[in-house]
Design a protein. Structure first.
Length: 435
């Protein structure tokens, strides 16, 4: 099939590459000239495990190409995906200006039947708005389908190639057939395609993210209780996770959920509810808990240093909002850094993939180290903000040699509490006894 993908960010690039991998011809379109130039010349623009290999393969086999020209990019496409940003607007609701802007441009360009697919995360009613924006300029036949994306950064290729499910929202038989054909290679791997109407598909995406965010905030509150009552959240997590109705996944407490999706999507669903006079109480609490959790380590740190952080030097391991990505959008580490700097402390940080993005965003207000151990020179304490695998079994002897004090505040519960005590560290983590 011939496919166009408008927007070549995390979702657009992964979707486009993975659609090419199953034999389709994909043209990716982006307004960012620099990005398109890089991609067209074979340089990948995001860090996503496993993506580069299939990106290069499909580029070389001429199933994948890149352009800034929308008209050229969609000319031969049977299906046009919109993988455009939907950032929070001023009031927190999803800003549709990118999606509707492109829809309107498409209206001026269409000359024959095409399926336009909302892959972006968009509020209920957006398919209708996209349809209207196109129909304002184009009187011929076309369909608008909602096909939300559920991939996670860091495992995006796997999630896309072997999705738990594919949700296709359309009431058009013609569009349903085309979308069914496109996703057939994935269905053959035993994963369901779930067909529904556009509105239900749109809401499914927000419901999924909000439910997962709720799970995390719930566990973060259980962790708070554990700290106050002397229980161990690791034990509680295992104890409840083995109940199949609860499930083992997404029960890890930490320093709050970040990323480009959960914070904005929870906020957008609260706003959508407000617009139909519904007060989504649970989600509001989920958001508040998360805001507090991002700085949960701060009082612990301040307490340890007798409220005197001025002049103290902190090492930070991990800047990305989660491991295996260079994405720092809403990364808890950035909130911690801001708070430490405001208290007069200094920071040296290391992240395997995200440092270039942090440098771009906050510049040289902190120092950047070339490896995890170099952050520790003269550090009064180490703060762990992202659970990269390489942080899990560090050389503790080397750490001790470099650090001024053997103090660790772990926002991701990487180490065994008792083992840290045996090694002589002062070690505080989330929802577990402190040693
Ligand atoms: N990042 C994720 O893990 C993820 C997963 C599922 C769904 N989503 C949703 O997918 C959508 C896209 O997210 P993302 O993370 O890929 O965003 P992104 O910011 O990484 O990428 C968006 C791209 O669109 C381009 N763009 C902006 N305006 C354009 C225009 N007029 N024409 C062509 N290109 C244009 C930008 O230059 C950018 O490259 C959002 O709605 C998001 O909520 C994201
Ligand atoms: O038990 C857990 C699991 C996750 N997190 C945090 O939650 C955030 C989000 O993690 P994750 O869901 O793995 O990453 P995303 O790439 O943001 O993916 C989410 O957001 C995407 C964009 O909408 C969806 O497509 C995915 O299905 C959804 O998982 C991160 O800050 C994690 O550290 C926890 O604190 N505890």
């Amino acid at each position: 099939m011939k496919i166009a993908v408008v927007g070549t960010g995390y979702v657009g690039l992964v979707s486009g590459t993975c659609f090419a991998e199953t034999g389709n011809h994909v043209t990716c379109i982006d307004i960012d000239e620099k990005k398109v130039k890089k991609l067209a010349s074979g340089t990948i623009t995001i860090y996503e495990p496993g993506l580069e290999k299939i990106f290069i393969r499909n580029l070389n086999e001429k199933r994948l190409d890149f352009t800034t020209n929308l008209a050229e990019g969609i000319k031969d496409a049977q299906i046009i995906f919109l993988a455009l940003p939907t950032p929070p607007g001023e009031d927190g609701s999803a800003d549709l200006k990118y999606v509707l802007g492109v829809a309107s441009e498409l209206g001026k360009l269409l000359t024959d039947y095409k399926v336009i697919v909302d892959k972006s995360t968009v509020p209920v009613g957006t398919a209708e708005k996209v349809r209207n924006a196109i129909a304002e300029h184009y009187k011929g036949e076309f369909d608008v389908v909602s096909n939300p994306e559920f991939l996670r950064e860091g495992v995006a290729v796997d999630d896309f190639m072997k999705p738990d499910r594919v949700v296709i929202g359309t009431t058009s038989e013609r569009a349903r057939k085309i979308m069914g054909e496109l996703y057939a290679p994935y269905v053959r791997q035993g994963n369901p395609v779930i067909y529904m109407d556009e509105k239900s598909a749109e809401l499914t995406k927000y419901a999924a993210n909000s439910f997962l965010a709720t799970k995390i905030s719930f566990m973060n509150e259980i962790a708070q209780l554990c700290e106050r009552l002397g229980a161990d959240v690791d034990m509680v997590r295992r104890g409840i996770g083995s109940d199949e109705r609860i499930g083992k996944r997404f029960l890890f407490p930490g320093i709050g959920y970040g990323g480009s999706c959960f914070p904005k999507d929870v906020q957008a669903l609260i706003k959508s509810a407000e617009q139909v006079q519904y007060d989504f109480k649970i989600l509001k609490a989920v958001e508040t808990v998360n805001e507090n959790q991002k700085l949960h380590l701060l009082p612990k740190i301040k307490h340890y240093f007798n409220n005197q952080l001025k002049g103290k030097h902190f090492a930070i391991w991990g800047l990305a909002f989660k491991p295996n990505t260079d994405d720092i959008r809403e990364a808890p580490a950035l909130y911690i850094i801001k708070a430490l700097l405001a208290e007069g402390a200094t920071v040296t940080a290391f992240d395997p993939e995200a440092m270039h993005n942090v440098k771009q965003q906050i510049g040289n207000v902190i120092e950047y180290a070339n490896d995890q151990y170099s952050t520790l020179n003269n550090a009064d304490a180490l703060i762990i903000a992202t659970e990269w695998n390489e942080f899990r079994t560090p050389d503790f002897d080397m750490m001790v040699q470099k650090m001024k004090h053997k103090v660790i505040f772990d926002g991701r519960n990487l180490f065994d509490v008792k083992a840290m005590q045996d090694k002589g560290f002062y070690y505080e983590s989330i929802g577990r006894p402190k040693m």
